[in-house]
Write a protein that binds this ligand. Structure first.
Ligand code: ATP
Length: 276
């Protein structure tokens, strides 16, 4: 595997909050991930990039315990999530915030009720406290005063910010984003990206982001893993990856059609051998 930087390895400075070793995941007879190792230190913003269908979302689903590995193991905060019972997993997931591409707000609930839903689901807090928590989070995403609006009354960028407030309302230790900037206009992209960064810092979270947006990840991510052909094709800081001579990394970072990373997923094995 071409490791791009020895200097800013995601495992250097602190004990990793997420450790993954030898992760293999199959769907039926198709191998989706074939030997993934990760070390992600607490507090970082780490992006997973790579071609469509390469398995980026699958990695997030495995780390959050929605899927179970066929081989290898995953540790989050020293806990082996691959060995947890369903009950333990449910408790574990309370500490994970998730923001998906479409934000997926409940269309028949107000902004307030959308953000309050995870609190009601996971706690027995009194109504007055729920109200306070929701208003604090709504304000933190710059949308104080919108609590009685319905989702259809929000712009795309506002809806994404409400979804972010909902995702972090229980102060998760780990935040997972799947294409959080897709479909937004440039101003909303910038607002949501800034909020993601500020929230990570303010709540002391670790954030994992699946994204195709290389320019935004250069601004946001501390570290990038490129997943291609079922494995990690390269990793490093955005700067190191941009300067890399590795053909697979160069192809992806600079959006070249020709190169060792296959355009068609099915051709992966041959292409991977070219990546070394
Ligand atoms: N529920 C599912 N059932 C069967 N196959 C699936 C399912 N979800 C994903 N896959 C397959 O697993 C592989 C990896 O999918 P995944 O969504 O992780 O890729 P990705 O890198 O996130 O892609 P994209 O960038 O297009 O979102 C793909 O070949 C996909 O077709």
């Amino acid at each position: 595997m071409p490791k791009v930087s020895q200097q800013v390895s995601a495992g250097d400075s602190t004990t990793p909050v997420i450790r993954v070793r030898g992760l293999v995941f199959r769907r039926g007879r198709k191998t989706i991930l074939d030997g993934i190792d990760l070390d992600i230190p607490r507090g970082r913003i780490v992006a997973f990039m790579g071609p469509s269908g390469a398995g980026k979302t699958t990695v997030l689903q495995l780390i959050s315990g929605q899927l179970r590995p066929d081989e290898g193991w995953i540790e989050v905060n020293g806990q082996r999530i691959s060995d947890m019972s369903d009950k333990e997993l449910y408790r574990f997931r309370r500490n994970i915030g998730v923001l998906l591409q479409n934000g997926a707000l409940f269309t028949d609930l107000t902004v307030f009720e959308n953000i309050a839903t995870p609190i009601r689901e996971h706690t027995d807090l009194p109504e007055a406290l729920i109200r306070r928590l929701v208003m604090i989070k709504l304000k933190s995403v710059g949308l104080g005063g919108t609590e009685e609006l319905m989702p259809h009354e929000l712009s795309g960028g506002m809806a994404r910010r409400v979804a972010l407030a909902r995702a972090v309302v229980l102060d998760p230790a780990l935040m997972l984003y799947d294409e959080p900037l897709t479909g937004l206009d440039p101003i909303a992209v910038s607002q949501v990206r800034t909020l993601m960064s500020e929230t990570n810092e303010a709540l002391g979270m670790t954030s994992l982001i699946v994204s195709h947006n290389i320019n935004e990840m250069r601004k946001l991510a501390d570290y990038v893993y490129i997943i291609a052909a079922k494995r990690i094709a390269g990793h490093g800081s955005p700067e190191d990856l941009s300067a890399s001579n590795d053909p697979g990394v160069d192809q992806f970072i600079n959006g070249k059609v020709e190169g060792p990373i296959p355009f068609h997923y099915q051709g992966t094995d041959t292409a991977w051998s070219l990546l070394g």
